[in-house]
Design a protein around this ligand. Sequence first.
Ligand SMILES: Cc1cc2nc3c(=O)[nH]c(=O)nc-3n(C[C@H](O)[C@H](O)[C@H](O)COP(=O)(O)OP(=O)(O)OC[C@H]3O[C@@H](n4cnc5c(N)ncnc54)[C@H](O)[C@@H]3O)c2cc1C
Length: 398
Amino acid sequence: MSGREQNAGLSDFRLTVRRWLHENLPPDWVDAEFAPNWPPSDDDPDAVEISRRWHRRLHEGGWLAPSWPEEWGGAGLDLGRRMILDDELARARAPLPIGFSGIETLGPALIRFGTNEQKSRFLAPILRAEELWCQGYSEPDAGSDLASLRTRAQRVGDDYVVTGRKVWTSYGGRADWCFLLARTGGGGRHGISFLLVDMATPGVQWNKIRQLHGETHFGELVLDEARVPVSMRVGEEGDGWRIATHSLSHERMMSGNGPGPVRARLTALQGMARATGAGPVERQEIARLECRLRGLEGLAAGALRLAETGDPRLGAWASMVKLAASEIRVSIAEVAARIVGPALAASGPSYRATGHVRGSGPELWAWELLDSRAGPIYAGTNQIQRNIIGEIGLGLPR
Ligand SMILES: Cc1cc2nc3c(=O)[nH]c(=O)nc-3n(C[C@H](O)[C@H](O)[C@H](O)COP(=O)(O)OP(=O)(O)OC[C@H]3O[C@@H](n4cnc5c(N)ncnc54)[C@H](O)[C@@H]3O)c2cc1C
């Protein structure tokens, strides 16, 4: 096929996606202001319900799980089409499907490392949003240094007896299952296994934690002699580190950690600057942010290409995307806060703005100023991403 024919194929694809979104995304489901691809908070049950219905609608339309092979119910899209789909979803300000963690983090790991029984059991309920997943990696004394985790899984007959404490478990309050790491052997990376744990198991408890802006997005997961069947282990015993690393590079590549939501925020900032005016320093900064974001968009395209071919450099590239996206998002919020001025401090944070110019509500930018601070921490802190880029990407000494 000639380049021109391929391009024609891609433009047709874009039109198909756009038409489908026009026909299937009801105006009152469009995400609040500039928060596309942002998970709804449990404090907002209407948004949770919309996100669940949107997940199912995407699945019925064949657009959910773009990177999963068709054999397992995914869209099986190639790189160009995935990027177009992400771009159109962000432009339409579509909500994030409720099961994003199962789709984007667990799914790729199960498809690569799971048994056929595990894939048959778990992938379809993820696609139908019948089972939601949370991620139990971090512990009070094991965040960046994840390999020092202490949650223990002791083999007793056909079960593991799991005891330990996980923290910052996002959306654990509505999750049915948790994929977690537990120690089945000695210290370090080689003694860790990857387990699938039913949140309804006796001995599993989730306690919510309230965040800076008042929402309760994450919590603490306490496991007290919870029995998990050995058949719920993914991969071999002791192989959990390799599986978690694979899932983390997909998490960093998740649309929510990529350029889409950053573009939506910069568009809102530019709209506000046009409508309400901005000083010369802010205008310079907005131009600089546009350049940084265009660089990020190119970087993300390169990373997706590596993901398609299974290139081992993906880890370092995914780190660069996550690092740049989270830093640009913080800078956007800081410039916006300067333009909004003292009204920002006077309003409480909320991601539903009341300003009549889209994206100009002070409460929205107050929320963004606080929420954007999470980006450089979750999915591995930005200092850790710099270590990965330096050591793995550039071959610098540890
Ligand atoms: C919004 C949000 C959602 C989250 N959701 C989840 C979730 O769903 N599941 C889950 O398992 N975890 C989740 N996390 C936890 C997250 O992965 C950890 O917070 C993160 O890995 C950092 O670990 P820590 O908080 O223990 O900080 P620490 O590891 O104690 O780090 C403290 C500081 O030291 C720096 N530092 C540590 N080691 C190094 C080093 N070697 N070189 C340079 N600097 C270093 C860090 O960059 C950081 O600035 C979430 C966190 C946030 C903020």
